[in-house]
Design a binder for this molecule. Structure first.
Ligand code: HEC
Length: 157
């Protein structure tokens, strides 16, 4: 009996710890750091695609462009909205942010631009599989516009 109680208690503790882990409570400064890292990493991959399909198409490498497009789509699909929690609207603990207050005041508008971006990012990853450089260039341009659409509204210069 005693043992069983102890096991039950251990399971309860485990469940509580599990729930806390699922939430993965980040500090505000960590959220800001991670979202900036995500955007920067996407920008690096956008640069790779631009170099190979816009600037120097003769250097086009299907595998590299596909890998970059998939990275951007995966980041878009990763739920970055979770990195805009309470206390992340201003610089905190030495971590600087350029997010505009409007980001937190207009959730519907944020959702709209974010979903438009997701759509274009997934489309680019799909088109990148074709190896059709002209089509990839078109899809790449649309992703770039959707990045900019969000920055124009929700990122300070
Ligand atoms: C839904 C809105 C949204 C979308 C879509 C978006 N961004 Fe941003 N981006 C932001 C915001 C807000 C910031 C400012 C983040 C901060 O400083 O906390 C930012 C910051 C950045 C930064 C600066 C990061 C840093 O270290 O300060 C880069 C680079 C960037 N974005 C590139 C991109 C690229 C490239 C795309 C598209 C592939 C993109 N973003 C899509 C909202 C967006």
């Amino acid at each position: 009996m005693k043992n069983r109680t102890r096991i039950a208690a251990a399971f309860t503790l485990f469940a509580v710890a599990g729930a806390a882990m699922a939430q993965q409570a980040l500090k505000p400064e960590e959220m800001i750091k991670f979202r900036k890292a995500g955007y920067s990493f996407m920008a690096w991959n956008m640069g790779k695609i631009k170099a190979q399909v816009v600037d120097a198409p003769q250097s086009y490498n299907k595998e590299q462009v596909l890998a970059a497009a998939r990275l951007i789509a995966a980041t878009a699909n990763s739920g970055m909205g979770a990195l805009y929690g309470p206390g992340t609207d201003k610089d905190v603990a030495g971590e600087k942010t350029r997010v505009k207050p409007e980001f937190f005041q207009q959730p519907e508008e944020v959702k709209k631009v974010a979903m438009a971006f997701n759509k274009e990012a997934n489309e680019l990853a799909r088109v990148a599989e074709s190896g059709d450089v002209a089509a990839i260039k078109g899809a790449f341009g649309k992703v770039g516009e959707s990045c900019k659409a969000c920055h124009d509204k929700f990122r300070k210069d």
